[in-house]
Design a protein around this ligand. Structure first.
Ligand SMILES: Cc1cc2nc3c(=O)[nH]c(=O)nc-3n(C[C@H](O)[C@H](O)[C@H](O)COP(=O)(O)OP(=O)(O)OC[C@H]3O[C@@H](n4cnc5c(N)ncnc54)[C@H](O)[C@@H]3O)c2cc1C
Length: 445
C-alpha cells in the first residue's frame, strides 16, 4: 500500500477527462464507519452499494489525485459481461452452474449501470452489444468457438451490414455489452454519492493503518477500510500492471459514418491475439485502444509506458486498415493507463472481518462492469447481508502468485512479443500460428 502515485498525466491527452468543472466538498471528520481508498469505479461502487444497503453509514472516499484519475476515467467504455477467462476454461474450473451465475450477474450489473445512467445523459449509456470480427482464417476459427447460446454468429455480409470493415470474414455479436463515456460515469457517481452524504476527498493520498487510515497527515478513525486502488496498489506477486493504450479520432462527419455503419453504437474489436477494443463515442469519434506496451520490471508503474509511441501508431494503423476512409482523418488524442492482472486472470474480492479490511480489483482490463459486481459483493460481505453472489468462486479466494523476477519480466514480455508475432503470421498466412500452442497455456485463459 506504499505505492507512489505519479503526477497526473491524463490532462489534455485523454479524450474523456475534464476535471476542471468539478470540486467536491472536503469537510473531513475525525471518524467514519467506512473509509475507502481510491476514487475509481471500485471505490465509488463500493460506497454506492454500502449506502444502498445501509443509508445511515458514514462513508469517506480518499483519492490520491482527482476522482477518476486512474483507469476508471480513461478506459475504452465497454461495459461488458465479458470475463477475462474464456467461458470454456471457466466451465472447466468452476462448472457450468457457477459460470452461468457469474455471466448473468455481470449482465445484471450492466443493467444497473444503465439504470443509474438514466438520469445522466452525459454518460451516453447504450446497450447495443459488441461485435467481434475475424479478418483471417485463424481468427475466424477461434471466433467460431466463441459463438454459443448467448453470442450470435454472423456471416461476413452480416458483419458488413453492421460495420463496413475491410476483409471481415465473419463475426460474433454479444448482446450483453453497453457503451459508456467512462469519465462522465465516474463523475456522475461521485456527484450522486456526495448528495447522499458520502465524503469525497481529492488530493488525499491515504494508507490503511490499524483502526483507520492515515490521510492528509491525520489519523482518520474507521473500523472498516476498503482498498480500491487496483493497478496502483502495491502488488507484491498478487497481480501485475499491464498498460492499455488508446487513441481517438476527430469527430467524424455523417457521410463517413454512413460508409462505416454502426448507427447503433455497439462496441467492436478484431479477434486478434493482441487485445483491441473500439467504440463510437457520443460525439461521433472513434476511440480505440489496444495492448502491446511491455510490462515494467518488478511491477513498478512507469508513466512513460502510457504514451508508448509505437503502440499508439499500431492502433492508429489498425483502425485505418479496418476503415480505409479514415486514411486522412486526424487523431486528436492519445493516452494510456495500467490495468491489474492476476496470475489466473480472475478478479479478487476479499474481506477480512477480523481486521476490518476489504479489497477488490484484478479485473484484467474488464473492470467497467466487474467493478460494480465486485463492489456489490464486497458490500454484502462487509455488512454480512445474505446474497448468493457471495458464493461466486473468486470471493475470498487464495490469490495465486506470479512468478518472482526476473522470470516474470521475461515471461510476460515474451508473451507480449509472441502475441504480436502470431498476429502478423496469421495475417500473412491465414493459418493458426504454431505460437498459439505456447501463448494459450501460458496465459491460462
Ligand atoms: C486504457 C484503458 C482502457 C480500458 N478499457 C476498458 C474497457 O473498455 N472496459 C472495461 O471493462 N475495462 C476497461 N479498462 C479497465 C478498467 O478501466 C479498470 O478495470 C477499472 O477502471 C478499475 O477501476 P478501479 O476503481 O479498481 O481502479 P482505478 O480506476 O485505477 O482507480 C484507483 C484509484 O486509486 C487512486 N489511488 C491509488 N493509490 C492511492 C492512495 N494511496 N490513496 C488514495 N488514492 C489512491 C488512484 O489515483 C486511482 O484514481 C481499461 C483500462 C485502461 C487503462
Amino acid at each position: 500500500m506504499d505505492r507512489i502515485v505519479t503526477p497526473a498525466s491524463r490532462d489534455n491527452k485523454s479524450l474523456w477527462a475534464n476535471s476542471s468543472s468539478f470540486s467536491f466538498k472536503q469537510n473531513l471528520q475525525e471518524s467514519y464507519d467506512i473509509a475507502i481508498i481510491g476514487g475509481g469505479f471500485s471505490g465509488l461502487w463500493s460506497a454506492f452499494h454500502l449506502n444502498k444497503l445501509d443509508p445511515s453509514l458514514k462513508i469517506a472516499i480518499f483519492e490520491a489525485k482527482s476522482i477518476g484519475y486512474g483507469a476508471s476515467g480513461r478506459n475504452g467504455g465497454w461495459a461488458s459481461s465479458e470475463y477475462p477467462v474464456y467461458k470454456e476454461t471457466l466451465k472447466k474450473r468452476i462448472g457450468e452452474g457457477l459460470t452461468t451465475q457469474l455471466l448473468e450477474a455481470l449482465d445484471q450489473s450492466i443493467d444497473e449501470i444503465g439504470d443509474f445512467s438514466k438520469k445522466h445523459s452525459e454518460v451516453g449509456f447504450v446497450k447495443s452489444g459488441s461485435l467481434y470480427f475475424a479478418r483471417n482464417r485463424a481468427q475466424l476459427s477461434r471466433l467460431k468457438s466463441k459463438a454459443d447460446g448467448g453470442n450470435l454468429w454472423i456471416s461476413s455480409s452480416e458483419v458488413k451490414e453492421r460495420l463496413n470493415v475491410t476483409g471481415a470474414l465473419g463475426g460474433v455479436l454479444n448482446p450483453s455489452c453497453a457503451t459508456v463515456h467512462p469519465f462522465n460515469l465516474v463523475m456522475a457517481l461521485a456527484t450522486y454519492l456526495e448528495s447522499k452524504g458520502v465524503s469525497i476527498s481529492e488530493n488525499s493520498w491515504a494508507s490503511p493503518v490499524s483502526g483507520g487510515v492515515l490521510a492528509k497527515s491525520s489519523f482518520i478513525k474507521a473500523p472498516v477500510v476498503i482498498q480500491a486502488t487496483e493497478a496502483f496498489g502495491a502488488p507484491g506477486r498478487d497481480f501485475i500492471p499491464l498498460y492499455s493504450l488508446m487513441v481517438a479520432t476527430e469527430p467524424l462527419n455523417e457521410s463517413t459514418w454512413e460508409e462505416i455503419g454502426n448507427s447503433e453504437r455497439f462496441t467492436f474489436a478484431e479477434n486478434s491475439h493482441m487485445v483491441n477494443y473500439a467504440q463510437r463515442t457520443v460525439d461521433n469519434r472513434i476511440a480505440i485502444g489496444g495492448r502491446g506496451a511491455t510490462y515494467p520490471f518488478a511491477s513498478k508503474l512507469q508513466e512513460s509506458k502510457e504514451s508508448t509511441a509505437k503502440v499508439h501508431e499500431t492502433i492508429r494503423s489498425l483502425l485505418r486498415s479496418w476503415f480505409p476512409i479514415l486514411r486522412n482523418v486526424n487523431f486528436t488524442h492519445s493516452w494510456g493507463g495500467a490495468v491489474a492482472i492476476t496470475r489466473d486472470w480472475e478478479p479478487f474480492v476479499q474481506w477480512d472481518p477480523k481486521n476490518g479490511f476489504g479489497r477488490l480489483g484484478g479485473y484484467a482490463g474488464d473492470g467497467v462492469t466487474m467493478s460494480n459486481l465486485a463492489a456489490k459483493i464486497l458490500a454484502h460481505e462487509i455488512l454480512d447481508v445474505k446474497n448468493e453472489l457471495r458464493n461466486l468462486h473468486f470471493v475470498n479466494r487464495k490469490i495465486r502468485k506470479w512468478e518472482p523476477e526476473p522470470i516474470r519480466y521475461l515471461g510476460v514480455n515474451s508473451l507480449v512479443k509472441l502475441s504480436g508475432i502470431a498476429d502478423t503470421e496469421e495475417r500473412i498466412t491465414g493459418r493458426a500460428s504454431l505460437l498459439n500452442r505456447v501463448i494459450e497455456p501460458l496465459i491460462l485463459r
